[in-house]
Write a protein that binds this ligand. Sequence first.
Ligand code: ZN
Ligand code: MN
Length: 481
Amino acid sequence: MTETGIIVGLEVHCQLDTKSKLFCGCSTDYRDDGPNTHVCPVCLGLPGTMPVINKRAIEYAMRVAKALNCTVIHESEFSRKNYFYPDLDKAYQITQYDKPLALGGYLEIESDEGGEKRVQLTRIHVEEDPGRLVHMGNPERGKYSLVDYNRAGIPLIEIVSEPDMRSAKEARKFLNKLRATLEYLSVFDSEKEGSLRVDANISIVGSERVEVKNISSYKGVEKALNFEVTRQKNLIRRGLKVERETRHFLEGRGITQSSRSKEQEHDYRYFPEPDLRPLHVQSWVKDIILPELPDARRERFVAQYTCSLNHARTLTGELRLANFFERVVAPDAALYTPAATWIADTLIGELNYRGMSIDTLDPGSFTSLLVLLATGTITDKSGIEVLRVMLDQRRDAQPCETPDAIVTRLNLKKTSGDSSALAAIIQEVIAENPKAVEDYHAGKNGAMNFLVGCAMKKTRGRSDPKELNREIAQALTNTEA
Ligand code: ZN
Ligand code: MN
């Protein structure tokens, strides 16, 4: 549902997944290493050093610009953005200001009303990441902060959208689509912590705009925006004014908090970076060939695998998921539909519940599970049980059994075929539930479902509900006669 009268624009910082930093040769693979171990005179901003631009970073940024339908600017320039803060070793950030790499463009998302909607983009520019402050809140020793420059100089693109989103949900969809697009382009890894950070502008129509800074998770954006919508609406309801201000999102508490007034744009004293030449990319950008992007892949999934639009949207919404699906169905066209259904409706939820990535499950094992289901060896209910065992074993780094082995060990093979045992169970169920039997004969809805449920319990989910339905109906017709 669209929340009426809400206007949202986003500024998204994404780390480009290059091997080395933007202006020096330091490795970007710093996350598992100690503080200040991936630094050099350039990214520490020592006097007398000169930045050298990373060609791969510019190529990645141009891929993004092209994929997002932007106009790449013929001669873009770097500028110095001056501000004094300990995470910025040089006391300026090399960024782009009045001549960014790309202007305009758009990203299509599914709108709240259904159907596609274009979110227009203002610009994309390239800049370096600042370092990282680690705030130590030990009350005994007083509060202090540590600084780690491993992140200083990591290449970023900043993607600025127009205020085209009308709800927190649309903002989340924008980010999901953006993430998918960047991953399809092989320029970004969303699984790296802090690889995406968002500033959100939000206002209620007719009121001042509030900027929420530094939201560092996808879920955080929706939470922060929902909090702001409620806060701003409450102010207006009480006849108060929404102040134009910058606020910080406190992730742990799920609230935003006013932060001291921010520098005005002119306080940054932007000026052209004297150590870097303007970028000439016009002929280069023509040579960039884009891979298949999420929208195209979604259309292909519908056409090639007869996926429903919703399933295709879910499956192609993440690169890893789309690749997994295609590997699972590769051996057998009969698996297209069950694979789409099981992955989209069951597997994703089970993975999220365990905080696991799809990478932990090999497609071959999942194919084997689907074959057991498709051949009627096990019921859907048992299928979920097997899947849970498979995921638990991988999460806990235990030895992984094949789906067949799990079925055998837990004795989950469907009981049909053993019709005398099934008939005995059905007779028991009928004998134990005279009221339900009476209700069934009286034509009451739900009585049959109740009886099927009782029988399912007795067979520990190993029987097919459709078959039980048929057999019970048969048995009840006999007793009536
Ligand atoms: Zn360096
Ligand atoms: Mn920025």
